[in-house]
Design a protein around this ligand. Structure first.
Ligand code: TXA
Ligand code: MG
Length: 337
């Protein structure tokens, strides 16, 4: 991979010059890391097959894993899809801009490298003002996966994005900490049914509420472990692995799990009471736990923790998304169940 000089854009929303430079990188086939409300994304012109190919190189990702295409409003749907049905339009109207990606029939204009050869494309309208400003300044649909190197946790701060992508991209935009902190909900919408391929902050309950009369369900995560073809190619790959060993903790004693000097406990307020650990993070709500989850895993690594005991939460609402990431980070290691 060619080493790139990376420009840090730290005043993006106020500086017309910074926006012009980022837009120029994208128009000439370059890579720009952009903040979104979910996680930082590694963006390129979705219509340029070479630019898209360089995303896979920068991430070290297998090229059959499809990318999400980011647009600024539903007006751009025509240019990147082969049409969106009534249910999809209703979901976009209700939840976008925001953390929702809908899998729709793709436009023939999109290069096959964007969709990993699939006939569908994931479309998202992000709400972070810097992401919207970047799409508008470039005048392009932007293909962007999370800006982590493959298999690592998604960056949710400027500092994390720099660690992942310095020297691999042309610019990194500072947009502060990501408010949601977990990647968008990915859903496939067909006649009368919605299948959630990846849970996120637009929850199953919210989608049910928006589409009365539709069957709304999660894709079967366990199908993956049985070796059945994944409904979403991204579900096949290991994800969100910090260096430390992560345990999904349902409560109860944690004796014998890791050494006390290199053991972390994270979870909701009060979870660490009575547990001997060198690093403790307690959060006031599932929202805050989710928003800080990836950053906390990476802080644990930086602090030299070898074991992370991460409290499980109820699998409802946003809790379903957090548990999905926690199960993957822990690779099936669970305690107290
Ligand atoms: O919040 C997000 O979605 C972030 C920000 C940057 O927008 N992006 C993100 O992209 O998480 P990525 O590439 O890390 O994850 C995209 C997920 C993958 O699991 C991929 O397999 C799935 O979406 N996906 C994308 N296009 C798809 C399609 N056409 N059919 C099924 N799954 C698709
Ligand atoms: Mg990702």
């Amino acid at each position: 991979m060619r080493e790139r000089d990376t420009l840090y854009l730290t005043d993006f929303l106020r500086s017309a010059d910074e926006r012009a430079r980022a837009a120029e990188f994208l128009r000439s086939g370059g890579l720009v890391v952009m903040p979104t409300e979910t996680v930082y994304g590694l963006a390129a012109n979705a219509l340029d097959p070479l630019a898209v190919a360089s995303i896979y190189v920068a991430k070290g990702r297998p090229s059959d894993n499809p990318l999400i295409v980011h647009i600024a409003s539903v007006d751009a749907l025509e240019s990147v899809t082969a049409g969106a049905g009534e249910a999809a339009r209703r979901l976009f109207a209700r939840f976008s801009p925001g953390p929702l990606t809908l899998v729709l029939p793709r436009s023939p204009r999109l290069p096959a490298t964007v969709t990993g050869g699939l006939e569908t494309v994931g479309i998202r309208i992000p709400s972070h003002p810097a992401a919207l400003a970047l799409i508008e300044a470039s005048g392009l649909p932007l293909a962007a996966p999370s800006a982590n190197r493959s298999g690592r946790v998604s960056p949710t701060s400027f500092a994390m994005a720099r660690v992942e992508m310095a020297g691999r991209v042309d610019a990194i935009i500072d947009g502060g900490d990501c408010a949601v902190g977990l990647e968008s909900t990915v859903a496939r919408v067909t006649d009368g049914a919605v299948v959630i391929l990846r849970p996120g902050a637009v929850t199953l309950e919210m989608i049910r509420d928006a589409l009365p009369g539709h069957a709304v369900s999660f894709a079967d995560e366990s199908a993956l472990s049985r070796g059945i073809a994944a409904p979403s190619p991204g579900m096949r790959y290991a994800h969100y692995r910090p260096d430390a060993a992560v345990y999904c903790w349902h409560g109860g004693p944690v004796d014998g799990i890791g050494e006390r000097g290199t053991r972390a406990v994270i979870g909701l307020a009060g979870c660490a009471a009575g547990v001997d650990a060198a690093f403790v993070r307690e959060f006031e709500s599932v929202e805050e736990y989710s928003a800080r989850f990836f950053a906390t895993l990476s802080e644990c690594d930086a602090a030299g923790m070898e074991t992370i005991i991460a409290q499980a939460v109820r699998e409802e609402g946003l809790g379903a998304a957090l548990m999905n990431r926690l199960r993957r980070a822990s690779a099936g290691k669970s305690l107290g169940l």
